[in-house]
Design a protein around this ligand. Sequence first.
Ligand SMILES: [Ca+2]
Ligand SMILES: [Ca+2]
Ligand SMILES: [Ca+2]
Length: 342
Amino acid sequence: MASAAVFFVAQAAVKTTVKITTAKYTVNAGANIVINGRVTPTMSGKRINLYSAKTRTGKYSYVKWTQVRNGKFKFAYRVKQTIYLKARIRLDGRNIYSAPIKIIVRQTPSTNTNTNSNANTNTSLPSNIFGNYDNVSIEDIVNALPLIYDDSSGDYVTPPGGAPPSGVYQYPPIDADNIYAGVRAGRLYLKWTLGGTIPAAVDTVNGNTIKSDAFNMRISDLVDPDSSNACGGSKAIMQINIAYHDGQIWYNPWFKSVCNNTGPYGSEDEFSYANNGAGVAHTYNSGIGKTTIVYSFPLSGLNIAPSDALKIKIWSEAESNLWDHYSFDEGAGWTNWTVTGI
Ligand SMILES: [Ca+2]
Ligand SMILES: [Ca+2]
Ligand SMILES: [Ca+2]
């Protein structure tokens, strides 16, 4: 996978400025641009938004966000076409804008088989789907996955932060119902059944524009994960999010594993892991337009193996233009899970 490093430098003393040291980069279509940033002072927990535009002076649209950890932040952005990116940092109530970085994309095929080429030809899929997905049928795997967690339906909860003051909205596409998981040929496959259909176009509801639906799972190998001082007892965290922006829909499955720091933490965003990587959304019979989401990760990246006796904890969330947690669902806490080959 091609990657490139682009550095933002923000200096916050009396006057805050944002400086970009690399303003142009040329990569192949489908490459994963890694944007590393440094912030001074460290400002842990500060949110940084990434925006994209088709021209330097064009309208910039929100792509994704991350948080500063120990003075650093990082975005991974998969590029399809020549584009401009910039990060927006909010400090002391003011928005600090960076200058645009031009990402020039050569339209050559990527050699990464996990990379979406948008040339998938299933006629049921719109042409505006991007990210890491594969439309080839894996129904034999999906149908063999054992149930690992049975969540209730319609059981939305309000998380500690980011929710509307009157409580979260009920948004069926993120309402976890059942979760299935199993291993074949070195990959962990996961399937969630949901309370509603994942929208095939940007969804506007209750005056909110839904920006992403995200499904999360943490893995622990501890008897009592919550007593751990290392990444909340998690040896790995997995997410798939489906993001809607610029008329595009993006599948973003990712993982982090092998905790490499210890608390006390200001927030869970300060957990740090040695490994991170991407997974694949399997969209033959799930994903947008369906009431299920199926995705997979390399077992080696997760640092787990068949027969491992572990624990899992799950949650899911929808982000809107107004609320980080427009809707939220979670499991009942740490639940035993034995990694099963299928
Ligand atoms: Ca549920
Ligand atoms: Ca259920
Ligand atoms: Ca629940």
